[in-house]
Design a protein around this ligand. Structure first.
Ligand code: ADP
Ligand code: ZN
Length: 302
């Protein structure tokens, strides 16, 4: 009998909950819209209570959620969603509410770190110890591992809010980030593309100038992460990256911007295997939540 875990992927518009023992053994799944924290968390708890009646007690629950989050286990507000602009969700004790309602250990991390964990365990980052995962969608977010540990630290990485060069002559768009205007997310997220050009990103043909600019901005972000974190791989997901033609554009821009400074065959010769799409696709987030539950039940030695 396999040990069973629960995973919750909490997104701004919907929740996905699964129950299973791993990638090949997902036994049940539920999806519902994200409304108030009380109602949405109650639905998640109800799903796992019903599942436990059929499958027996779970070993742990993992939560992969939009943030920002308090991930400091010594903080009184550990497990909270903190300052999110999402209406009604600021200062929500997400992990604590689930833990008390189900009397189970709860793993808790950002949606992007959880996705990175799933890609490490089952997908594109297997065997690596330092890599990053970026989502380019409604926002831009990043997570990943350094030396086989998910990146935490002071708070957690906020890679989307990087400052990058913005040539206002070539691109007068002021940027859409409510905090910074023309940070990377403000220039290159899906909503930024839509505001700049007046139509949703998914409506542009591959030859539209939006894509060369998008590749340039994403590559500017990437060279900074390459220089600071030295990732062995960069995995890209999110709605905007469904434009598969962006990958070669980004790879070429990254090579151009690095100017031959990093003498790594991974970048100079094998960049097609260095900047890659997710292997697990849309399921990576909720599988990451399951992986967080596994790690919570069997923590790594300190
Ligand atoms: P979220 O970030 O909210 O989880 P997505 O990753 O799907 O959701 O990102 C949504 C954004 O991605 C929207 O701005 C949308 O315009 C853009 N998007 C979705 N699908 C595509 C596509 N096929 N091509 C380009 N952009 C897309
Ligand atoms: Zn910003």
């Amino acid at each position: 009998m396999n040990t069973l875990f629960g995973g919750i992927e909490a997104g701004g518009t919907k929740f996905v909950c699964i129950l299973g023992s791993g990638l090949e053994d997902v036994r049940a799944e539920a999806r519902f819209p994200t409304t108030t924290p009380e109602e949405t968390i109650r639905q998640a708890v109800g799903f796992f209570r019903r599942q436990q009646e059929d499958h027996g007690k779970l070993a742990a629950i993992g939560i992969a959620t939009f943030g920002p989050l308090d991930l400091d286990r010594n903080s009184p507000t550990y497990g909270y969603i903190t300052s999110t602009p999402k209406h009604g969700w600021a200062n929500t004790d997400f992990a604590g509410t689930i833990r008390r309602a189900l009397s189970l250990p709860v793993g808790f991390d950002t949606d992007v770190n959880a996705t990175a964990l799933a890609e490490w365990r089952w997908g594109a980052a297997r065997g690596l110890d330092t890599f990053i995962y970026l989502t380019i969608g409604t926002g831009i977010g990043g997570g990943g591992m350094v030396n086989s540990r998910l990146m935490h630290g002071l708070l957690h990485p906020e890679m989307g809010h990087l400052s990058i060069p913005h040539d206002r002559g070539a691109d007068p768009f002021a940027g859409s980030c409510p905090f910074h205007g023309d940070c990377l997310e403000g220039l290159a997220s899906g909503p930024a593309i839509e505001s700049r050009w007046g139509k949703p990103a998914e409506t542009f043909p591959p030859e539209h100038p939006a894509w060369a600019l998008e590749a340039r901005y994403l590559a500017l972000g990437m060279v900074n992460w390459i220089y600071t974190l030295s990732p062995q791989k960069i995995i890209l997901g999110g709605g905007v990256m469904q434009q598969a033609h962006l990958f070669p554009l980004i790879r070429r821009e990254v090579q151009t911007l690095l100017k031959g400074y990093l003498q790594s065959p991974a970048i100079l010769e094998n960049i097609d295997d260095y900047i890659v799409p997710t292997a697990l696709g849309k399921r990576a987030g909720v599988l990451g939540a399951l992986a967080l539950a596994m790690d919570e039940a069997n923590p790594l030695p300190i």
